[in-house]
Design a binder for this molecule. Structure first.
Ligand code: HEM
Ligand code: HEM
Length: 182
């Protein structure tokens, strides 16, 4: 019997994955709303608020991961692939932190700050600076593309394990083991 991720690891993985993909879509949707219209502020603040909540779940996930070692990969996975998996997971965690953090810092260097769920104004702790806002907003945009690219590679790797290698790696992250064709 191959080692699997625990239910908590699976729950955190899928909760964060689905929320992040939704948050990506939300971010791109924001770019389609004309600047200057009042409705834009409503949606931008909603994006900031859901992003902060997702950021908290990501912190929880990271804390949990740092105190719980992942199950070892099967011996059939070549050493270089095990190293590539470890490196890409590390990078995924880094980008998962950079995304909400850059958005949060950028927002605090703008006089608009954050209106949490359009109900609770969180006073910005930074100065109103277009320069600082611009830098962190740029980090937010660039890391969103990096994270998206890495997630695509991640999904392709998971599918390769299932469809090409026919091993148990995909199933390690699923509550129910998928049938493996030998
Ligand atoms: C949790 C993960 C998050 C993801 C995946 C995410 C994703 C995105 C994406 C894809 C965009 C559009 C970028 C573009 O192509 O121009 C965006 C824009 C933005 N995000 Fe996030 N975001 C996250 C969290 C946050 C947080 C926590 C904040 C602030 C507290 C925030 C504030 C913003 C702002 C201010 C913009 C620019 C809106 C504008 O165009 O004026 N984001 N985000
Ligand atoms: C935003 C989307 C996603 C992110 C940020 C993400 C992130 C991660 C991370 C960081 C790990 C390593 C877990 C650990 O050891 O701590 C992982 C594992 C895994 N993910 Fe994702 N994931 C995402 C979406 C997906 C999707 C859509 C699939 C499947 C189609 C998937 C399949 C897997 C599998 C099978 C593993 C276990 C790999 C192994 O056994 O080494 N992930 N994911």
């Amino acid at each position: 019997m191959q080692a699997r991720y625990t239910r908590t690891a699976m729950l955190l993985h899928w909760l964060v994955a689905v929320s992040l993909l939704g948050q990506f879509a939300f971010g791109w949707y924001l770019e389609t709303i004309a600047r200057g219209v009042p409705a834009r502020g409503y949606f931008v603040n909603l994006h900031k608020s859901t992003g902060l909540l997702i950021g908290l779940v990501i912190l929880l996930r990271l804390g949990w991961r740092l105190t719980h070692a992942p199950p070892p990969l099967p011996d059939s996975v070549p050493r270089w692939q095990q190293q590539a998996a470890a490196a890409s997971h590390y990078l995924l965690y880094v980008l998962m932190l950079v995304m909400p953090l850059s958005g949060y810092i950028a927002s605090n260097f703008s006089r608009f700050g954050i209106h949490f769920f359009n109900a609770v104004p969180l006073k910005p702790w930074g100065i109103d600076s277009k320069l600082v806002y611009g830098i962190f907003n740029q980090i937010h945009v660039v890391s969103s593309w990096l994270l998206l690219a890495l997630v695509i590679v991640h999904v392709l790797a998971a599918l390769k394990h299932q469809l090409v290698d026919h091993d148990s790696v995909f199933s390690r992250m699923l509550p129910q083991r998928l049938p493996v064709r030998r």
